[in-house]
Design a protein around this ligand. Structure first.
Ligand SMILES: C[S@@+](CC[C@H](N)C(=O)[O-])C[C@H]1O[C@@H](n2cnc3c(N)ncnc32)[C@H](O)[C@@H]1O
Length: 188
């Protein structure tokens, strides 16, 4: 069902940049970097139909919170229909506004993890840099920025930008995804 939705929406919106959801192997490889044993504030950029959202909600503690930021209106409607969990909120907005979104909330203005599926390759450098810098800014010390991208992405598209802000950045591949993924981990 989701592959059909991705293709249908991608024909109208180039920012979707994928024709199929991340595989369960990809979702686990990214989420293995999260400590689910404690209460967390997790932000997700670009959830689309919610393949990561579903997994995160299944692993999060009752006291955790999930903040979704999705710019495509069709996916926002699907997320509202699909998920009714009181631990999450859905924001029809861009990742560029993560600072404002967190600041408007009554709860903590900081996050423990930012998981991101947005395609950085297509973004102009100043936008890319702002998203990486703001993601760093909203994280607690020790928090993690966890973007996943297509495997062929060059360092200059994202990793080099992450090095400007995060003292530790790692990259690894997930081959069990079509196409394979490059998964980054920036620790604040
Ligand atoms: C490659 S899809 C990833 C979808 C899903 N997370 C997955 O793993 O299958 C990228 C998603 O990011 C969204 N997106 C792109 N740019 C965005 C931005 N600046 N802010 C929030 N969402 C964005 C797109 O609408 C799309 O839903």
């Amino acid at each position: 069902m989701s592959t059909f939705l991705y293709i249908k929406n991608m024909l109208k919106d180039k920012h979707i940049a994928s024709i199929t959801p991340t595989s369960r192997f990809g979702v686990r490889k990214v989420c293995n970097k999260i400590d689910f044993s404690k209460d967390n504030v997790i932000v997700e950029y670009g959830p689309a139909a919610g393949v990561f959202t579903e997994y995160l909600l299944s692993r999060m503690t009752r006291g955790s919170e999930l903040i979704l930021i999705e710019r495509n209106p069709s996916f926002v409607a699907i997320l509202h229909k699909r998920f009714k969990d009181p631990r999450m909120s859905i924001h029809h907005d861009s990742a560029e506004n993560v600072g404002d979104i967190l600041a408007r909330r009554n709860g903590a203005a900081k996050a423990d993890y930012v998981v991101s599926g947005i395609p950085f390759t297509f973004l102009p450098d100043p936008v890319k840099d702002r998203i990486v810098s703001d993601s760093h800014q909203v994280l607690n010390t020790g928090g993690k920025f966890l973007p996943y991208q297509m495997f062929f992405q060059k360092d200059r598209h994202l990793k080099d930008h992450m090095h400007h802000y995060f003292p530790r950045v790692r990259a690894e591949y997930c081959l069990l995804n079509a196409p394979p993924l490059r998964i980054y981990e920036g620790v604040k």
